[in-house]
Design a protein around this ligand. Structure first.
Ligand SMILES: Cc1cc2nc3c(=O)[nH]c(=O)nc-3n(C[C@H](O)[C@H](O)[C@H](O)COP(=O)(O)O)c2cc1C
Length: 195
């Protein structure tokens, strides 16, 4: 993840290509219930951060940085829509599925979140491949107010935000060094038949 960005604008065609290619990530039942909201003007990014952060994180800590997270010229918000999955699995060709007719609250695995994570990961990899820096970060509060300002239904779920831009500073400056110490070996995390 990159946490220091230059404010240099990104080529719009490049951003459009990355978004299009990320959206071909696998989707349960081809429900395609993941959308991206592209925020690539200072006003739209300001509106987003004003309505999705708490305390002084935005107003004081980051707004004054010249090459921090908020300098990233492009923000992409991956949004999952449970309704599209419920509708898709209600169609005739899914009648035999145990998910057919199941309300969103009863799905053991919320596939809209799985798909949104897949598309987001694909976007991160595509960005890296294109020589950009990228950061996935969470939303710090209920996004209902922000969703209302963009005219989105309140049933959709923004899973976080992807900042995109040219990396600034050295890679050491861009990293969160304290998290590098939290390690679990592959041996510990791959369970051969038994946990
Ligand atoms: C679900 C999720 C939420 C995250 N939220 C944040 C966040 O709010 N702020 C942030 O700086 N990084 C966030 N990250 C990025 C992780 O902190 C990052 O992947 C990890 O620290 C490794 O960092 P590195 O790539 O710089 O080594 C998030 C990652 C995931 C998968």
């Amino acid at each position: 993840m990159t946490r220091r960005f230059s404010a240099t604008a990104l080529d719009d065609a490049l951003v459009r290509r990355l978004l299009a290619e990320a959206l071909v990530a696998p989707s349960a039942g081809s429900s395609r219930g993941v959308d991206f909201v592209l925020l690539d003007t200072p006003a739209d990014r300001h509106n987003f951060y004003s309505l999705t952060t708490v305390g002084d994180w935005y107003e004081i800590s980051y707004q004054n940085e010249t090459d921090g997270i908020l300098s990233a010229p492009v923000l992409v918000i991956p949004v999952a829509d449970p309704e599209r999955y419920v509708q898709r699995y209600g169609r005739r060709d899914k009648a035999a599925s145990s998910l057919s007719g199941l309300p969103a609250e009863e799905w053991l695995t919320p596939y809209w979140l799985v798909d949104a994570a897949f598309a987001t990961m694909q976007l991160l990899l595509l960005a890296e491949d294109a020589g950009l820096g990228a950061l996935f970060h969470r939303l710090h509060r209920d996004p209902a107010d922000w969703l209302a300002t963009i005219g989105a239904p309140d049933t959709v779920i923004p899973i976080g935000a992807v900042a995109l831009g040219l990396p600034a500073g050295t890679s050491a400056q861009r990293s969160l060094t304290e998290t590098a110490t939290i390690k679990r070996s592959t041996e510990e995390r791959v369970h051969r038949a038994a946990w």
